[in-house]
Design a protein around this ligand. Structure first.
Ligand SMILES: Cc1cc2nc3c(=O)[nH]c(=O)nc-3n(C[C@H](O)[C@H](O)[C@H](O)COP(=O)(O)O)c2cc1C
Length: 194
């Protein structure tokens, strides 16, 4: 059994991303994992100010939900980042959330070239939805995920589900007309299957 924390950066209640997250969570729950979903709409997390107070032993100075989420991040085996595609990348809510990892980094005198600190060891995955479904639709989002979360922060990638063709936000979510929800359920169910 693993602890899985899903960070939901989607906008609409019962929107495409919300439905994708719930399908993934149900699969993971069925497989016996402990799953928690945190909505960044209900729990506001602002971007990092770069004040560096956290580098002098203080909690983050921002007055929002992040400090309460930190113990959940620490306890989790896996962080799942879920977002609609906004202007060809992750939503600003997810970006702001990731910026705040700055305050959970620790000094690392032996960091490899190009890395300046050490982050907690976690698995990670990416869930995304978009209106379009071209071969390049998710390119920037995937590039950010791989570069920042996997290569830089050092999380261990356990996969991505890139759900294109879900319809735009000027109407009802269309994800239930696609195969993405059953794929997400299966993805969640098999996330730790060897
Ligand atoms: C501000 C904004 C920007 C968007 N940018 C893109 C985009 O660049 N490419 C795309 O395919 N869809 C784009 N979309 C559509 C959403 O990604 C898509 O409808 C998504 O599934 C909405 O998720 P939700 O139902 O969870 O809110 C955008 C929607 C909004 C509101």
């Amino acid at each position: 059994m693993k602890k899985i924390l899903i960070i939901q950066g989607g906008g609409r209640p019962n929107g495409n991303t919300d439905q994708l997250v719930k399908a993934f969570a149900k699969g993971a729950d069925d497989a016996g994992h402990e799953v928690e979903i945190i909505s960044l709409i209900k729990n506001e997390v602002k971007g990092c100010l770069g004040c560096n107070a956290c580098r002098y032993g203080k909690p983050c100075v921002q007055k929002d939900s992040f400090n309460e989420i930190v113990p959940k991040i620490m306890a989790a085996d896996m962080l799942v980042f879920a977002s609609p595609l906004y202007f060809w990348t992750i939503s600003s809510r997810i970006k702001a959330f990731i910026e705040r990892f700055y305050c959970i980094a620790e000094e690392d005198k032996e960091s490899p070239l190009g890395r300046y600190e050490r982050y907690p060891e976690k698995d990670c995955a990416l869930l995304m939805t978009a209106a379009d479904n071209f071969f390049w639709t998710f390119e920037q989002a995937v590039s950010y995920y791989k570069f920042t979360l996997v290569n830089y922060i050092g999380f261990h990638d356990r996969g991505m589900l890139l759900a294109g063709g879900c319809g735009d936000t000027n109407g009802k979510p269309q994800i239930d007309k696609t195969e993405h929800l059953s794929a997400a359920f299966q993805f969640g169910k098999e996330i730790y299957k060897e």
